[in-house]
Design a protein around this ligand. Structure first.
Ligand code: ASP
Length: 462
């Protein structure tokens, strides 16, 4: 008999079915054994009666997390035994046969309970068990719903999903880069992208016009707070758009996302309130304002925009200028005359989407003219040689008919974290790193054999 999913069993009262899954819990009631069986779709109560001696004896061997397959009859539960909290609470399976497919050691923590208070190192080492818990499964599923919605929405709005390389050259987003030595080109390195920024701009030069990608980004930062060395952005870029059009599109997308995947949530105000960087700093003392009316309401979502970010900041180390966001942002045309005299006063056409006090996304209208881009690199203190080796390809591309363009990149981890009411992004990343950038499950990072290092032309000096 082909296997039925537990969620579909409710329709099959009176029928014989086969179900498979994990023993979630076991209860012995005198001579009768009950188990809750769990599969990816839900929980089902299974009853082993003394009348079926052989099967009852086998059921006696069952322990939590054993993997089994069962055939039996779907019965309505007696009135008093119904469980309205469970989707299958009105029925149970009367076991006719039982096969144990896999036995299980006692798990290092209970997976039929919320694992939030279990030691995190242990949860991450046994992530495959942690993910069996209901809350973690729900988070994984919510994440899938979010990315599926975004993909469909963007496609329906004429965007195309395009993959860009992971092995590439540095793109400045203000962090240190992960480097990958080249075996075939001794002494040369790839770096992992901090974002697909340059590629998405080159795709605009290529005439793709509307691009998106659920993009993995890598930043080698000293771990502080809720950062991860790799994280996921919904990377978006559009040609022939104004800042106003980018904000309108992103706002509509987020509003419809919330209405579809988290209808219990209410957005504080639509259109999202908008503050200039200056206003936000003056009014909230922060460029990440929390505009919620009731910060204790888990279902309130306070979106806002912060616009008119400065183009440059003073670099604390060198005393020179550094890019406030990244060097590809378009200076506000009203301020271009200030570039040579008071660059710190120049506003950029750059914007952040903020949610509940978290920066959800930054973005900007980009420079698409060679001369202007070159000038910005120079203001950032790069000499001609460095500009040429690091960014010559961008400058050259702008000489072959570059359309005006702009975009943004909302963080998927943060969106899901807030929609799931989780306190940190590790709860919504299936296999996250620890706070100090390790993976206790795989044991990464790890040593490598000398021979492998030699092939990559690496010698370790500690
Ligand atoms: N690349 C930017 C970032 O990672 C986002 C953008 O400007 O589209 O923050």
């Amino acid at each position: 008999m082909s296997r039925s999913m537990i969620a579909d069993i409710v329709e099959k009262e009176g029928q014989q079915v086969t179900v498979s899954g994990w023993v979630h819990a076991r209860r012995d009631m005198g001579k009768i054994i009950f188990i809750d069986l769990r599969d990816a779709s839900g929980l089902l109560q299974v009853v082993f009666l003394p009348s079926n001696k052989e099967v009852l004896a086998r059921a006696d061997k069952l322990r939590p997390e054993f993997v089994v397959t069962l055939t039996g009859t779907v019965n309505a539960r007696p009135e008093k035994m119904r469980n309205p909290k469970l989707a299958t609470g009105g029925i149970e399976l009367l076991a006719g046969s039982l096969e144990i497919l896999s036995e299980a050691k006692t798990p290092p923590f209970e997976v039929d309970k919320d694992t939030m208070n279990v030691n995190e190192e242990l949860r991450l080492k046994y992530r495959y068990l942690d993910l069996r818990s209901e809350r973690m499964r729900r988070n994984v599923v919510l994440r899938d719903r979010v990315t599926a919605f975004l993909r469909n929405w963007l496609r329906a709005n004429r965007f195309i999903e395009i993959e860009t390389p992971i092995l590439t050259k540095g793109t400045p987003e203000g962090s240190r880069e992960y480097i990958v030595p080249s075996r075939v080109h001794p002494g040369k390195f790839f770096v992992l992208p901090q974002s697909p920024q340059q590629f998405k701009q080159l795709l605009m030069v290529a005439g793709m016009e509307r691009y998106f990608q659920i993009a993995r980004c890598f930043r080698d930062e000293d771990q502080r707070g809720d950062r991860q060395p790799e994280f996921t952005q919904l990377d978006i870029e559009m040609s022939f758009v104004s800042q106003e059009e980018v904000l309108a599109l992103a706002e509509k997308m987020m509003t419809e996302l919330v209405a579809t995947v988290a209808p219990e949530k209410k957005i504080t105000s639509v259109p999202f309130p908008r503050f200039t960087y200056r206003e936000s700093m003056e009014k909230f003392g922060s460029d990440k304002p929390d505009v919620r009316k009731d910060k204790n309401d888990p279902n309130e979502l306070g979106f806002s925009w912060v616009v008119d970010f400065p183009m440059f900041e003073k670099d604390a180390e060198t005393g020179g200028l550094s890019a406030a966001h990244h060097p590809f942002c378009m200076p506000n045309p009203e301020d271009v005359a200030l570039l040579d005299i008071e660059p710190l006063k120049v506003r950029a056409w750059s914007y952040d989407m903020v949610l509940n006090g978290f920066e959800l996304s930054s973005g900007s209208i980009r420079i698409h003219q060679r001369e202007l881009q070159n000038k910005i690199f120079k203001l950032l203190g790069l000499d001609d040689q460095t500009i040429q080796t690091r960014f010559g390809h961008m400058l050259e591309a702008f000489e072959y008919g570059a359309p005006p363009h702009g975009g943004l990149a909302p963080g998927i981890d943060r969106i899901v974290m807030i929609l799931a009411n989780e306190p940190n992004i590790r709860e919504v990343i299936t296999f996250p790193k620890t706070g100090d950038a390790r993976d206790p499950l795989m044991g990464a990072p790890s040593d490598l054999p000398k021979s492998q290092l030699a092939e990559a032309h690496i010698e370790i000096r500690l």
